[in-house]
Design a protein around this ligand. Structure first.
Ligand code: FAD
Ligand code: DLZ
Ligand code: SF4
Length: 507
C-alpha cells in the first residue's frame, strides 16, 4: 500500500494524488502541524480557513470510501512537522511509497525532495500539479523564447491555448486587453452588492475556537471570519460573484473607497489557492456570463486575464527563478519595515485603511496591496525580505509561489524588472485620483515639503532621484525625469524626504 499526503492548499477532489491512488488500498494522510502554521505568523483567518477546509475535505474523502489518517493540531504534540506525522503512520502501515502532488512552495518541495525518501525509507512519487493551465515546464520553454518575460505575451499564448474569448484564432472584440476601459473611479453608483456571508457549522466553530486559543500571538481579527470552508460554499461564492459583481469588475477594478473593503472584486483567491475551486471552472463561468449577455467584454476579459494571465505567469516566474529569486534586492533597499504594518497605527489614512481591511478580513484588493502598502514600502526603501514576510503572513490567499513574485517583483522592483517594465511607484496624486482616502487624512495631498505634507509626495521624488542611474534610461519614465529636472524646490523636497525616512515609524 501507499500513502498519499494531501496538503492544506491541495483540497480538491480532482487532485493528481487522488487520481493516482486507489481508495481500496491506499491511505490518505493529512495533518495540521506547527511548522506549517508558523513558518510565518499567518493571519488567524488564514489558519482557520485552512484547518476548517482540511477537516471538511477529509470528511468528504472518508464519505467517498477513502481511508484517512488525520492529525488535528495540538501545540504540545511531538508531531511538529508533516514528516513527523508520516513517520508515525509508517510505524503502523509500512507503506512502500508516498505519493504527493507538487507543493506550491519551494521551501517544502525542497525539503521533500532532499530528505524524505531517506528519512522515511520509502520511495517518494511527486506528481505534476495539474490544477494550472500552464505546466512549470511549459513556462520554462516559453521563457526561453523571450529576452523580457512580459505577462501580456504569455497571456496571449494562454488565450490561444485555451481558446477563451477567441473566435477564428482572433481575440473577441479585436483586442487582447481592454484595460484602458478599466480605470474608473467609483462614487457610490452602481451600488455595491451585499457581501455573501457563510454561517459557521460545528467544524468551523471548533476550528475558530482552537485558532483563537492557540495562535493568540498571530495577527488579525478572527471574529469577523466569513470565508467559505467547503467546496459547496466556495461554488456559491463563485455564483454570487458572477451574478452580482462581474459586470462592474472591469470598470472599477482599480478603484479604492474609504470603508468599502471589497468593491466589485471576486474574493475567490483564497479558494483558488487552497484548492476549493479550480481556475478552469472560474474562467469557464466568466466566459459563459459573457456569451449569455450577463457581463460586458471589458469585465470578462479583465477578470479572465487575472487568472489565466497573471496567476499562471507569477507561478511560472516563481518556479523558473527559485531559490535565488527570494534573495534579490536590486535597489539595495534596507529600511526596516515600519511597525504600523503590524499595528495599523499610522496617520496616513490610505495606509491605515488598507491595514484595517487586512487585519479585519485577511484581505485587501490588488490595488490596495500594490499602490498603497506596496508603493509605500517601495518608496521608503523597505528591505524586500521584511515586506515579503509581511505579505505572506497577513493575507488569507498568501502562499509563497504567488506572493513572492507579486511583492518582490511587482511591488518592490527587487528582481530588477523581470515582473515589471517600470516600478509601480506613485505619489499622493495617484492615490487622490483613484480613491477618496485623502478626504479622511490629516496629511495634505497637494503639498510636498510642509510638516503636514503627504509623505508619498516627497518620498516619490526622492525614490526617483535615488535610483536615477537605473530608471532615467527607461523610455517609459522619460516624463518623470523631465519633471524632476524641472522641479524648482528639488532640494527641499529631498531634504523633507530624508527627514521622513529617519522618522518613518512616526508617520
Ligand atoms: P480579483 O481582483 O477578483 O481577481 C480575480 C483573481 O485573479 C484572483 O482571485 C486571483 O486568483 C487572480 N489574480 C489577480 N491578480 C493576480 C496577481 N497579480 N497574481 C496572481 N493572481 C492574481 N494574490 C494571491 O492570490 N496571493 C498572494 O499572496 C498575493 N500577494 C500579493 C502581494 C502583492 C504585493 C500584490 C500587489 C498582489 C498580490 N496578489 C496575491 C495578487 C492580488 O492582489 C490578489 O490575487 C487579489 O487581490 C485577490 O483578490 P480577489 O480574489 O478579490 O481578486
Ligand atoms: C498554510 C498552511 C497552514 C497554515 N497550515 C497547514 C497545515 O497545518 N497542514 C498542511 O498540510 N498545510 C498547511 N498549510 C499549507 C502549506 O503551508 C502549504 O501546503 C505549503 O506551504 C506548500 O504550498
Ligand atoms: Fe495617503 Fe497622502 Fe492621501 Fe493621506 S494625503 S490618504 S497619506 S495619499
Amino acid at each position: 500500500m501507499r500513502f498519499g499526503l494531501i496538503l492544506g492548499d491541495q483540497l480538491n477532489h480532482q487532485l493528481a494524488t487522488l487520481k493516482y491512488l486507489n481508495r481500496n488500498e491506499d491511505v490518505i494522510l493529512m495533518a495540521e502541524v506547527l511548522e506549517e502554521t508558523s513558518y510565518v505568523a499567518h493571519h488567524l483567518q488564514k489558519i482557520a480557513l485552512i484547518f476548517s477546509a482540511m477537516r471538511h475535505f477529509a470528511k468528504e474523502l472518508k464519505a467517498q470510501g477513502w481511508k484517512i489518517r488525520y492529525h488535528t493540531f495540538k501545540r504540545e504534540s511531538h508531531i511538529k512537522k508533516l514528516v513527523d506525522f508520516i513517520a508515525l503512520q509508517q510505524q503502523h502501515f509500512f507503506a512502500n511509497a508516498l505519493v504527493i502532488t507538487q507543493c506550491g512552495e519551494y521551501r517544502l518541495q525542497h525539503e521533500i525532495e532532499s530528505s524524505w525518501a531517506n528519512s522515511l525509507k520509502l520511495s517518494v512519487i511527486c506528481l505534476e500539479d495539474d490544477r494550472f493551465f500552464c505546466t512549470v515546464e511549459q513556462f520554462k520553454q516559453w521563457a526561453k523564447k523571450y529576452e523580457t518575460l512580459r505577462m501580456e505575451y504569455f497571456y496571449r499564448e494562454m488565450r490561444k491555448q485555451t481558446q477563451y474569448l477567441m473566435y477564428d484564432q482572433q481575440p473577441i472584440g479585436g483586442q487582447w486587453n481592454f484595460d484602458q476601459a478599466n480605470r474608473k473611479a467609483w462614487s457610490g453608483d452602481p451600488p455595491l452588492p451585499p457581501k455573501l456571508a457563510f454561517e459557521h457549522d460545528q467544524i468551523d466553530i471548533d476550528v475558530i475556537r482552537l485558532v483563537k486559543k492557540e495562535f493568540s500571538q498571530h495577527i488579525g481579527n478572527i471574529d469577523s471570519f466569513q470565508w467559505a470552508t467547503t467546496r459547496q460554499n466556495a461554488l456559491l461564492a463563485l455564483d454570487d460573484f458572477i451574478s452580482n459583481n462581474l459586470t462592474h469588475f472591469g470598470d472599477y477594478q482599480d478603484a479604492m473607497v474609504y470603508g468599502s473593503d471589497f468593491m466589485f472584486h471576486s474574493l475567490l483567491s483564497p479558494y483558488l489557492n487552497c484548492g476549493l475551486l479550480l481556475p478552469k471552472e472560474i474562467c469557464d463561468a466568466a466566459q459563459t456570463a459573457y456569451y449569455n449577455g450577463q457581463a460586458p467584454l471589458n469585465a470578462v476579459e479583465g477578470f479572465i486575464r487575472q487568472i489565466l494571465g497573471w496567476r499562471e505567469y507569477v507561478r511560472g516566474i516563481y518556479w523558473l527563478s527559485m531559490p535565488d529569486y527570494s534573495d534579490q534586492n536590486t535597489l539595495h533597499a534596507t529600511t526596516p519595515l515600519p511597525q504600523y504594518y503590524w499595528t495599523g497605527d499610522t496617520k496616513m489614512a490610505c495606509m491605515a485603511e488598507c491595514f484595517r481591511t487586512t487585519f479585519e478580513h485577511g484581505y485587501a484588493h490588488h490595488i490596495q496591496r500594490l499602490m498603497i502598502t506596496g508603493n509605500f514600502a517601495l518608496l521608503a526603501g523597505v528591505n524586500p525580505s521584511e515586506i515579503c514576510e509581511w505579505y505572506l503572513a497577513v493575507y488569507v490567499d498568501a502562499y509563497e509561489w504567488v506572493e513572492l513574485p507579486n511583492t518582490l517583483g511587482m511591488a518592490m522592483y527587487a528582481d530588477g524588472g523581470i515582473m515589471a517594465s517600470k516600478p509601480y511607484a506613485a505619489s499622493g496624486n495617484y492615490i487622490h485620483k483613484m480613491s477618496n482616502y485623502c478626504q479622511h487624512c490629516t496629511y495634505n495631498v497637494k503639498t510636498k515639503t510642509e510638516p503636514d505634507s503627504c509623505p508619498f509626495n516627497s518620498l516619490y521624488w526622492y525614490f526617483m532621484s535615488q535610483h536615477e542611474a537605473i530608471f532615467r534610461q527607461n523610455p517609459r519614465m522619460a516624463m518623470v525625469y523631465k519633471n524632476l529636472d524641472r522641479m524648482k524646490d528639488k532640494a527641499s523636497v529631498m531634504k523633507h524626504a530624508k527627514l521622513l525616512i529617519h522618522q518613518l515609524d512616526e508617520l
